[in-house]
Design a protein around this ligand. Structure first.
Ligand SMILES: [Fe+2]
Length: 182
């Protein structure tokens, strides 16, 4: 197996059982549900892999995630593994991941009902991450070549918090990761 894919499966094996902040799912469940939702929507493999790996930054380092909403929830996790992801999977996987936090701010700013549909934790982190965007920030986001992909990823991210959803194991996504290696 490619060393990058080996490292990913190892990280999920070691840290995947960490709780996804204050959500009702673990990091691994959240990742697998995101990847599966992308796959079920018929998304291209690059976006399936981006969905699967979008929160890798939370567990890429040894730091634990804040487990209380009283803390600042903006850990800048979207940038943590970005260079590494870009090196191994290219911009097409790394960019929607880098943009998935700002995509939430974009959706909440453009469509105010979106904020009401977020989980309480995600709503708290939205404000820690900067809250509503200015006209300049909205325009800058739309200049990103993969901003539409980031918006799609964001919607799966927000749905991938179901404690009862059945998913395949991480191995199910190995062929997709292999196909996306840069
Ligand atoms: Fe997420």
């Amino acid at each position: 197996m490619h060393p990058a894919i080996e490292r990913i499966t190892e990280i999920f094996n070691q840290r995947g059982s960490d709780q996804y902040g204050t959500e009702a799912v673990t990091q691994l469940q959240h990742a697998l549900q995101s990847g599966l939702l992308a796959q079920e929507s018929g998304a291209p493999e690059s976006l399936v892999v981006a969905a699967l790996l979008h929160d890798l930054g939370h567990i890429f380092k040894d730091d634990a995630l804040p487990l209380s909403c009283d803390q600042n929830l903006d850990d800048k996790h979207e940038f943590v593994a970005n260079a590494w992801l870009k090196e191994h999977f290219g911009k097409v996987v790394a960019d929607p991941i880098r943009l998935h936090v700002v995509a939430k701010r974009y959706l909440c700013t453009k469509y105010p009902h979106y904020e009401g549909e977020l989980s309480p934790t995600s709503r708290k982190s939205y404000h820690d991450q900067g809250g509503p965007m200015s006209e300049e920030e909205l325009a800058a986001f739309e200049q990103e070549s993969l901003y539409r992909e980031a918006l799609e990823l964001r919607k799966w991210d927000d749905l991938a918090k179901d404690p009862h959803k059945q998913t395949p194991p991480i191995e199910h996504f190995i062929p997709a990761m292999q196909a996306c290696l840069a």
